[in-house]
Design a protein around this ligand. Structure first.
Ligand SMILES: [Zn+2]
Length: 336
């Protein structure tokens, strides 16, 4: 009897699984309501391994040493009321969901992880067999991670992370974007694409359009590298999320002028901000760890001096990420 009950319960749970995530945000510790996300850093890293797919050994580092370096950096965020960190390190670049779970459990923070292949740096992080795969097969892998969890842990991705070179898209990078679009149509996971300049971003949006996926599903990542801010406005007006995520790296950006311009243009409701900072590097464990604090210590005071109010700041750090990372199919002619 007990066995039958368990079986019934398991079947019921797995049947309703996809529907359950609609309208939620998927963290390392399961789905939460968007209102629970709170202050969010939308693009950071805790661990990055630059060895490349051919030399990748995921367990080949000292976990205790990594925790010792990363944990205090996350704890610093308590002072600023940060509740959520979106960890953007993909598979074969150092994604380690067990480490992320330990960090989430030790800090009480929500942490999001991802599914997806990272094609930037000329496919160094892509296993050879993946280069030959059609978009549908790549998408199938992403969908399997969403439905079954990552590497047998049951931990699910909260978004799709992919990456292309900062140029017109190669054939394989077009395939990566198409795969993300196909997986979005099945899972409703938002698509975060490491992109850089507008030339690649608008090509990506064109591929999404061919697949019937709305720009609202798309996070133009590293948009801070685009020199013509008019292009940021254009993408935002199309409905894309525009991610200004280099605040850990660029002192000039911290003056906040791009954000002042975007506010003047009326598109602050499509903008995400973050540091792209961190991280523990297994090949160079002694490396400097860039903190996730510039936004609070430098950017926000500059923005306030230039006319931003508390509501604007909360839009960037609370309401925009909560909308961007909510699971839901965003299809063309669909108002989601
Ligand atoms: Zn990054």
């Amino acid at each position: 009897m007990r066995y039958i009950l368990v079986l019934l319960l398991t079947t019921l749970l797995s049947c309703s699984e996809e529907g359950d995530h609609e309208g939620k945000i998927i963290t390392i510790n399961g789905p939460v309501n968007p209102s629970e996300l709170g202050k969010t850093l939308a693009h950071e890293h805790v661990l990055v391994d630059f060895a490349g797919a051919a030399n990748y050994h995921p367990e080949n580092y000292d976990h205790r040493d990594a925790l010792k370096k990363i944990l205090p950096e996350l704890l610093k965020l308590e002072t600023y009321g940060v509740k959520t960190l979106v960890e953007c390190t993909p598979l074969f670049v150092g994604r380690d969901v067990k480490l992320l779970k330990q960090l989430a459990d030790s800090t009480g923070m929500h942490i999001l992880t991802n599914t997806g292949f990272y094609g930037a740096q000329s496919n160094k992080f892509i296993p050879e067999h993946v280069l030959e795969m059609p978009a549908e097969d790549i998408a199938e892998f992403y969908i399997a991670e969403f439905e079954q969890g990552i590497e047998g842990t049951g931990i699910k991705p909260g978004f799709i992370k992919t990456a292309v070179n900062r140029t017109p898209l190669s054939k394989f990078h077009q395939t990566l974007i198409r795969a993300a679009a196909i997986a979005h149509k099945s899972t409703g996971l938002p698509i975060m694409a490491h992109t850089g300049p507008a030339i690649a971003a608008f090509e990506e949006l064109e591929i999404l359009k061919e697949e019937g996926v709305s720009p609202k599903a798309f996070i133009w990542t590293h948009a801070s590298d685009e020199k013509d801010w008019g292009n940021l406005v254009k993408a935002a007006q199309m409905g894309a999320w525009v991610s200004l995520d280099k605040y850990g790296w660029n002192e000039k950006h911290l003056e906040g002028d791009a954000l002042v311009y975007l506010k003047d243009q009326g598109v602050l409701d499509r903008i995400l901000v973050s540091h792209d900072a961190g991280w523990y590097d297994p090949s160079q464990p002694g490396n400097e760890f860039k903190p996730y604090t510039n936004i609070f210590q430098l950017l926000i005071p500059n923005l306030k001096a230039k006319g931003f109010n508390e509501e604007d700041i909360n839009q960037l750090l609370i309401s925009n990420p909560a909308k961007a990372f909510t699971v839901g199919k965003r299809l063309i002619n669909n108002s989601n």
